[in-house]
Design a protein around this ligand. Structure first.
Ligand code: HGY
Ligand code: MN
Ligand code: MN
Length: 415
């Protein structure tokens, strides 16, 4: 039985053009994006998003973590909104689509409803979550984490980047401190469209991922301290080489992850301080990113990592510290939201498959406060957090149509 607007579709060309226009802000020489959170480029991208939303008839407000919330009123504004969104901040060598595809698919939803004069029963909101990436200010998903009560606002405001600049100061510097508290509000449902950032959908030639949950994530900061000494005069058995200890941890982590499939372990940042080719490294600071879909196995990975740091440090007569930066347990999304995504894909005649998210997303934290699910679209070779990240116009359009139809379904009032 056809329901109103079942035949409504987004304008895929307009959506693609908007993604390309956003990509010009912080464009890198290799065709990617470097629009890191709370930089002047982020401010520019936020201003563009605001202008676009206002032109589509939506009002835009900001909360005190800088999240932008574009709202299209419903027929009954006492009803909780159906919310979509993702993030506009990027990695330093990021791609055009990570986060942006989800935010601008939400914009396209607003534009489509506006041009067809359609008002849904429930209001609709589109959110640009601040600092999803966590590369400039760790941890990742910082604003959605504050929203869900995982992080205190003061903790977030005090986070500093590599130059020592504080999150709260940078938020104020780009005029992104809204007066609305970044705290849970009544939400009917939250849906986040995102590129898969992995190889499964492309390999199976399936255009839509119905995301049922996400793997758990642990971020650790490790500091190993040995003793600087002369590279030429210090015998091998008298060294306290922090880098040798760190290297043992890096290679041990690889073996640990391989022994716990499909777990993954990554050391993405390693810092030796000033460093000198003829001085034995006395200090090695590095990050550890551990992930697994099973909570107990993720705990085993963490325990194994801690053991490795102690063992390798001891082997080099070094001391060490390990600080936990974030711990996000595995996430299970809401069955009704998952069904809405699946039904939309079916009604659109799009092949789809259930999938667990390997990457972290704002939806992981929002899911603690409201019914939530995600829609994945393929990305070329499964590559992301890379300037070559890419997807196809028809793939973004298909995902945006699933988002549109799922939202229309969820935004129908009872009765
Ligand atoms: O780390 C993540 O999975 C996300 O890209 N912030
Ligand atoms: Mn993302
Ligand atoms: Mn990312």
């Amino acid at each position: 039985m056809l329901r109103p607007h079942d035949n409504l579709r987004v304008d895929g060309g307009r959506l693609w053009a908007s993604i390309m226009a956003m990509a010009e802000i912080g464009a890198t020489a290799k065709g990617g994006s470097n629009r890191q959170t709370l930089t002047d480029l982020d401010r520019e991208g936020r201003a563009l998003f605001r202008r676009w939303c206002e032109a589509a008839g939506a009002g835009v407000r900001q909360d005190d973590m800088g999240c932008q919330i574009a709202r299209r009123d419903g027929l009954n504004n006492d009803l909780p909104p159906v919310v979509v969104g993702s993030h506009l901040d990027t990695q330093p060598t990021g791609g055009k689509f990570d986060g942006v595809a989800g935010v601008l698919s939400g914009l396209e939803l607003l534009r489509t409803l506006d041009e067809h004069g359609i008002t849904t029963d429930h209001p609709i909101e589109v959110v640009n979550w601040t600092n999803e990436e966590g590369c400039r200010f760790a941890p990742a998903m910082l604003a959605s984490g504050v929203y869900a009560g995982v992080f205190a606002k003061d903790f977030a405001y005090g986070r500093t980047d590599a130059e020592g600049r504080a999150f709260g100061e940078e938020l104020a510097r780009i005029d992104a401190v809204g007066d609305e508290p970044c705290t849970p509000r009544p939400i009917k449902a939250f849906l986040e469209l995102h590129i898969e950032q992995g190889p499964i959908l492309e390999a199976e030639n399936v255009p839509i991922g119905v995301v049922t949950g996400g793997q758990g994530i642990i971020w650790l900061d490790v500091a190993i301290v040995g003793r600087e000494s002369h590279a030429g005069t210090t015998p091998m058995d008298r060294r306290r080489d922090a880098l040798v200890a760190a290297a043992g941890v890096v290679t041990g982590l690889r073996e640990l992850a391989l022994a716990h499939p499909p777990g993954v372990a990554t050391v993405g940042e390693l810092n030796l301080g000033l460093g000198s080719r003829n001085t034995i490294p006395g200090s090695a600071r590095f990050t550890v990113d551990l992930r697994h879909p099973d909570a107990a196995t993720l705990a085993q990975l963490e325990e194994g990592c801690r053991h490795l740091v102690a063992q390798e440090s001891g082997g080099q007569h070094c001391t060490f510290t390990i600080d936990e930066v974030a711990h996000t347990p595995p996430v299970v999304f809401d069955p009704l939201c998952i069904d809405a995504v699946r039904r939309a894909a079916e009604d659109l005649g799009l092949a789809h498959r259930e999938i667990i998210s390997g990457a972290g997303h704002d939806a992981f934290y929002v899911a603690r406060t409201a019914p939530t699910s995600m829609i994945f679209i393929p990305c070329k070779d499964g590559i992301s957090h890379n300037e070559e990240e890419s997807t196809e116009p028809n793939e973004v359009e298909a995902g945006a149509n699933v988002l549109l139809q799922a939202v229309l379904d969820l935004a129908r009032g009872e009765g």
